[in-house]
Design a protein around this ligand. Structure first.
Ligand SMILES: [Zn+2]
Length: 377
């Protein structure tokens, strides 16, 4: 049995208040490391149910001696956000104290690691270079000096994830099909397997989407370090395969779905050699990925009530009439059209739209956004 449970009190809480983060660790530390968290956006509940199933799987597999690498699981990653129930509604996406999205503003450690590397540190052995950089990332994370409780939480989560080989951040959208976000470097090296096992319907790729979300501060420092220090004599691997897994929509809280999703994640860990066991073959979904910059976000031209004309998962063509905004005061109807061919992968639950609000999103293949952040607030 290798299961350890850490219960850590967050520093920098307001006087008289205390919040704790629970972290489960399985495995001996030898071999590849996977880090999985759920509920960074605290109101996104499908991940919390999946994480509970994962904890049960991992406890059983650990008792059987089948955790070969290391797995770190944080089933409820945001105790600050979990506590933000306001007037009967859960505000789990943004920190009420600062207004900052809980999945933004994570520290990018590439510069710290770059500055710490000395001539001759990197050798011709990519695996050894990878381990060296993992240790340097962990050291850089440990040196962060947060001043607020939310930043202390960010440091704590990052510290456990940044030296992992695989990072899975479990989220969900408003109303959505199963979809993933990752980088072009990570996609062919394992994320395509994960997409197939989860039966994802869309995958979005970006080198950097802006705002420093959790998955990207784990994966993209490797790309920048490779650009600065890598070469034929100093190869630097894609050291961390990080993915944001969007477990459908907020209302898709279902024990059967969660059980199937958790089983798929365990199979993926087996395929990666972290769990000892067979990983059933899955189809090649390599062509599923589209550029995040190609997402067609259909917006309300004016405020009003949103009427959708296409269901989630529908394939639409550019020019299709996909929604209407009804002005209930005047009776005017404003049609909204797709700009791209592609799959309708998300819709906004709230049908009361303000001007320019996003109504639904289409996975287009042609780049539509050439500057600015690629993620929504
Ligand atoms: Zn989220």
């Amino acid at each position: 049995m290798t299961h350890l449970t850490d219960i850590i009190t967050l520093p920098h809480g307001r006087p008289g208040t205390t919040r704790r983060l629970t972290i489960h660790r399985f495995g001996t530390g030898d071999g590849p490391k996977a880090y999985i968290q759920a509920g960074l956006h605290a109101g996104e509940l499908p991940g919390l149910v999946v994480a509970r199933h994962l904890l049960d799987h991992l406890t059983r597999l650990d008792a059987q001696g089948r955790v070969k690498g290391q797995v770190v699981l944080v089933p409820m990653a945001n105790p600050i956000g979990l506590d933000q129930v306001l007037l009967g509604g859960h505000v789990g996406r943004f920190d009420l104290a600062s207004g900052v999205n809980f999945n933004r503003a994570f520290a990018d450690l590439a510069d710290s690691v770059s500055a710490a590397l000395r001539p001759g540190d990197l050798k011709a052995d990519a695996d050894a270079n990878g381990r060296l950089i993992q240790r340097a990332l962990a050291t850089a994370a440990a040196a962060l000096q947060p001043r607020t409780e939310a930043d202390a939480l960010r440091k704590l989560l990052l510290s456990h994830a940044v030296d992992a080989d695989i990072v899975l951040d479990l989220h969900c959208d408003s109303e959505a099909v199963m979809h993933l976000y990752t980088t072009p470097a990570c996609w062919p090296l394992g994320v395509a397997d994960l997409a197939a096992r989860l039966e994802a319907k869309a995958v979005f790729l970006a080198d950097q989407s802006g705002g420093q979300p959790f998955d990207e501060v784990c994966s993209t420092p490797w790309d920048r370090l490779r650009a600065r220090h890598g070469g034929p004599d100093t190869p630097i691997p894609v050291g961390c395969s990080a993915v944001t897994v969007e477990l459908r929509g907020e209302a898709d809280v279902d024990e059967g779905l969660a059980a199937a999703d958790a089983a798929a994640l365990i199979d993926h860990l087996a395929w990666r050699g972290i769990i000892d066991g067979p990983a059933p073959a899955v189809p090649d979904l390599y062509d599923l990925a589209t550029p995040l910059a190609g997402v067609d976000r259909v917006r309300a031209p004016v405020g009003g009530v949103a009427l959708y004309h296409v269901p989630l998962g529908a394939s639409v063509r550019a020019g299709d009439h996909v929604a209407t905004i009804l002005d209930p005061a005047t009776g005017d109807r404003h049609p909204c059209h797709a700009r791209s061919d592609g799959l309708v992968w998300s819709r906004t639950q709230c049908r009361y739209a303000g001007p320019n609000d996003i109504l639904l999103c289409i996975a287009g293949r042609e780049v539509l956004v050439t500057s600015g952040p690629l993620l929504t607030a």
